[in-house]
Design a protein around this ligand. Sequence first.
Ligand code: COA
Length: 260
Amino acid sequence: MDYQTLLFHINDGIAFVTINRPDKLNALNDQVMKELADAAERIATESDIKGAILTGSGPKAFVAGADIGDLSKQGPFDGKARAQRGQSVLRRLETGGKPIIAAINGFALGGGCELAMACHIRIASDNAKFGQPEVKLGIAPGYGGTQRLPRLVGKGVALQLILTGEMIDAQEAYRVGLVNRVVASNELLPTATAMMRTILANGPLAVAQCIEVVNAGYDLPLDDALTFEATAFGLLAATDDKREGTKAFLEKRAPSFKGA
Ligand code: COA
């Protein structure tokens, strides 16, 4: 697919995906969502992509939300369909088995905050602002915000953000656990890239299994989640990566993982 609203390039195993509508603060219109769906599929399935970094174009916004022009025209049934399409795109990013870092370079509002929350790790520049302002438009979050926000920051803070619609700055987002790190703007992509390189130096099957177990186990009863964890632990014991990782440690050298 030729992208009109995304920049997509792969550098040494990392897919850099930039939402590229800076004049509209990278708002998620239907075209962006269609292209993001394609990008999510590529990240999950292409073997030369080991992980991805998502960011927004321009100095001002990661993503300022779903496109309000599109939202203003929707009725109840296409509204529900749009929410489900968006949810499935974000879910594909979350469960595709490759690590994804959101590099949040400005406003992350509504669908932008939701997109960032579907990524595995969030790094924010110090000018970033977060919020779920949907209630100000007479609507509610529809791309997973009502579910992922309480899971990340707890129900009380999530309800405060969702019900007031007010924005918080990067430091407050860090304080409440919405982002993992806050850095200066010029350090954002280098920090995200360095963190991704640290992840990609580890056993890729182990990384994929950790994502799967944390994601799926989070909502299971503890005993079921622990069984799931033990199964992943056992499965990884059968891999060449495990043989290489443990052997390299014992031989006091860096491992060389092949993902098998
Ligand atoms: N959907 C569609 N267009 C959007 C948008 C969105 N979510 N967010 C910003 N834009 C557009 C603006 O309409 C404007 O377009 P224009 O130049 O053609 O008029 C352009 O992006 C720049 O935004 P502007 O509002 O002029 O920038 P600002 O610095 O004054 O304000 C925000 C920035 C983020 C506070 C403001 O744009 C805003 O509140 N956006 C909507 C946020 C929102 O409610 N998101 C949730 C949607 S569910």
